[in-house]
Design a protein. Sequence first.
Length: 88
Amino acid sequence: MNSENGTVYLIQGQADDEWLRPKPAEAVIVDAVVEETSLTREDVGHIDSYVDAESLRAVVGSGEEERLTFAIEDVEVTVTAGGDVTVA
């Protein structure tokens, strides 16, 4: 889900889950990075410093791309069209 010019959203969960709520992609990505690394929210800051909204929207919004990988600090982050976020 996305807004044409605003916040990019991710929908996470399985199709058979009772409730699926879109979450701002920035929050989901920052949460994943903080959870999987020693970085803090302050270390990460805003994700637009690392990836532009149009690239993210092409994956989770329009589906033009299947996945997007980018670096936050020294961490590799991958976002998929299905809303999965992995940190390596």
